[in-house]
Design a protein. Structure first.
Length: 474
């Protein structure tokens, strides 16, 4: 994508991780002009964030990539413990539940991060967007009306800027926003994507060996011929060269170095948990790893990041396309920072063996009950709760909610539904009741959470106005 001709945009997104690309897709379907820039010449090449939790699968399905995620990923293999070259027994790595009407995804889905990014980039291009690669941000300034960003290819003026440029965020440093946190584990970790001779190791299990030098794990990545290798180093620093990767495999497993036929990507890191002191500075927002850095043990980093984008996208859309006051954007930090803090704590406890990868890791129970946009209760649900899926005639409720609009849902009630004043709000009646909801009126936000709930429409108009929405009188 050539940038030289682009001078102004609604939103400038810095970074093409899952967070930045998910946000770009969400804005594109809202008709918001967004420019995505990436300092590297292409997408991130490694598997790093490979676990997609059930709530994130719901988000990706709404963004239009659910079928691609289903086709290119797969369930997590059952763990297999090894000792001295012998299998010691299987164990489940994650909580697995049967899908239900209200929760259609019962388990995490494994897919290498590079594939997730490829899928999101393809979707962005379907929606008419693209990415300017090899385009680092070199500086920024902002005023009351917008942000001026200096890029390697020129200057761009944007109404808002979103930093989705990772844990070493250039934008965060430019703003002087500190990260507060701790080292989760002093032992450095090697991560690599490798190919292993088929005769040497099967792809039916997630293979794990615990040695005096540190653990090593080899996880087959669905939809590929690769394994993700993770190795802890209790002493010394990881050697990320191909020979170094082969050496650690030979030293800690029953495999030989030659069994590693290819090392496709490798990196090292020290597990850390850190949270940005604030997620917003004027017209600039931090999202994803730029705002929070997780231990990978809980499989929360990528998922929390995508949901940052999902929360921020509809709010930017309401402000830039539907006349909502800019104060609506303040609720991004108010809602997402507490969630990120909770997920950081969960990741750290899982890494240290203090908590299992149970229901909390699936993020289906997260919500915004205490948030500034939550008002009311009806039936079985309170404003701020996730809106459950379920049958809706010949469709699903998630099909009714799908898209950039709000949905006023009437469940098991003959309460009158007001007429929306514009296309950003739709109505749907579900006769006969549905247990996960009970009975009442529920305003479902574009990100799938209930914003307002009540027995009838009293007070709804006043709630809608600060969101840039309205209903017709009479």
């Amino acid at each position: 994508m050539e940038l030289n001709s682009v001078k102004e945009t609604g939103v400038l997104i810095v970074g093409t991780g899952p967070c930045g690309l998910a946000l770009a897709c969400d804005l594109a379907r809202r008709g918001v002009r967004a420019l995505v820039v990436e300092r590297e010449p292409g997408l991130f090449p490694g598997s790093r964030g490979k676990g997609i939790q059930p709530r994130t699968r719901e988000v990706l399905d709404d963004l239009g990539v659910g079928d691609a995620v289903r086709a290119h990923g797969g369930p997590a293999p059952v763990g297999m413990a090894w000792q001295n070259g012998e299998r010691m027994g299987e164990h489940r790595m994650f909580r697995v539940a049967e899908p239900t009407d209200s929760e259609p995804y019962g388990e995490p889905w494994l897919m290498p991060q590079w594939r997730t990014q490829e899928i999101l980039l393809a979707r962005l291009r379907e929606l008419g967007g693209d990415v300017a690669f090899s385009t680092p941000l070199t500086g920024l300034a902002q005023d009351a009306d917008g942000v001026t960003a200096r890029l390697s290819t020129g200057t761009v003026r944007a109404s808002y800027l979103v930093a989705a440029d990772g844990g070493r965020s250039t934008v965060r440093r430019e703003l002087g926003i500190a990260m507060t946190g701790e080292t989760v584990d002093p032992a450095p970790v090697l991560v690599a994507d490798v190919r292993i001779a088929p005769h040497a190791l099967d792809r039916l299990n997630w293979h794990m060996m615990d040695t005096d030098a540190g653990y090593i794990a080899l996880c087959p990545l669905p939809g590929t011929e690769d394994f993700q290798l993770v190795a802890q180093y209790k002493e010394g620093a990881p050697d990320t060269s191909a020979d170094g990767v082969r050496a650690v495999v030979a030293a800690r497993t029953h495999l030989e170095a030659a069994d590693v036929t290819e090392v496709r990507w490798s990196s090292d890191f020290r597990p850390r948990a850190a949270l940005a002191d604030r997620f917003c500075e004027g017209r600039v927002f931090l999202a994803g790893d730029a705002a929070h850095v997780h231990s990978p043990a809980g499989g929360q980093g990528l998922n929390t990041s995508v949901q940052d984008a999902y929360n921020l996208g509809w709010k930017l859309g309401q402000v830039l396309r539907h006349g909502a006051p800019a104060a609506l954007l303040d609720t991004y930090e108010q809602e997402r920072r507490p969630v990120a803090a909770d997920m950081l704590g969960l990741s750290t406890r899982i890494h240290r063996g203090q908590q299992e990868r149970g229901a909390a890791a699936q993020q289906l129970g997260l919500g915004y009950r205490e948030g500034p946009l939550s008002a009311g209760r009806a039936g079985a649900l309170e404003a701020g709760d996730r809106a459950p899926d379920g049958p809706a005639g010949d469709r699903r409720l998630f099909d009714v909610f799908r898209g950039p609009h709000f949905t006023l849902l009437a469940v098991g009630t003959d309460a009158e539904l007001p007429r929306p004043a514009g296309p950003a709000l739709r109505t749907h009646r579900l006769d006969g009741g549905y247990e996960p909801y009970g009975a009442g009126l529920f305003l479902v936000r574009p990100d799938g959470y209930i914003g307002w709930a009540g027995r009838d429409a009293s007070g709804l108009a006043a709630y809608l106005a600060p969101l840039g929405l309205g209903v017709e009188e009479g």
